[in-house]
Design a protein around this ligand. Structure first.
Ligand code: DQA
Length: 149
């Protein structure tokens, strides 16, 4: 059984990937993205769980579980909550698990309300604009960090 684990969190409307504004978010579905991540992590002998919710409360509660559950790294696309959720930021600060913030689109090339994130200054790093590949690159980094810790 893998001793190390990673949690991938997806915020609101990301369940619609594939259908939703492909010019911004690409054509890959969330299940395809998740499957790729699970396979990559398992190959590295690391357990990977994925969780998507449209509810801020559910995402906060999921993050809070990390206080008692050993998870080594989080990869999170907070989606629209990036720009609004002090509650999710506070939950991540509380549990102190290192995380990478991922956005499919380049939020800095879009509307100005997308330029501010409540997560960036407490994240290990941010990947924005590389589409679904951004999650894989974040996972490569997380695996490397976990294996060298
Ligand atoms: C997003 C960018 C956000 O501004 C937007 O609200 C999303 C997705 C992205 O992955 O590019 O829902 O996080």
């Amino acid at each position: 059984m893998p001793a190390k684990s990673i949690l991938v969190l997806h915020g609101p409307n990301l369940n619609l990937l594939g259908l939703r504004e492909p010019e911004h978010y690409g054509k890959a579905t969330l299940s395809t993205i998740n499957e790729t991540l699970v396979n990559k992590a398992n190959t590295a002998n690391i357990a990977l769980e994925t969780f998507q919710s449209n509810s801020e409360a559910d995402l906060v509660s999921k993050i809070q579980t990390l206080a008692s559950q050993k998870v080594d790294f989080v990869i999170i696309n907070p989606a629209a909550f990036t720009h609004t959720s002090i509650a999710m930021r506070d939950a991540l600060s509380a549990v102190k698990v290192p995380f990478i913030e991922v956005h499919l689109s380049n939020v800095y090339a879009r509307e100005s309300f997308r330029h501010h994130s409540y997560f960036t200054d407490i994240a290990v790093g941010v990947i924005s604009g590389l589409g679904a590949q951004g999650y894989s690159l974040a996972l490569d980094y997380a695996i490397e960090q976990i294996n060298h810790s």
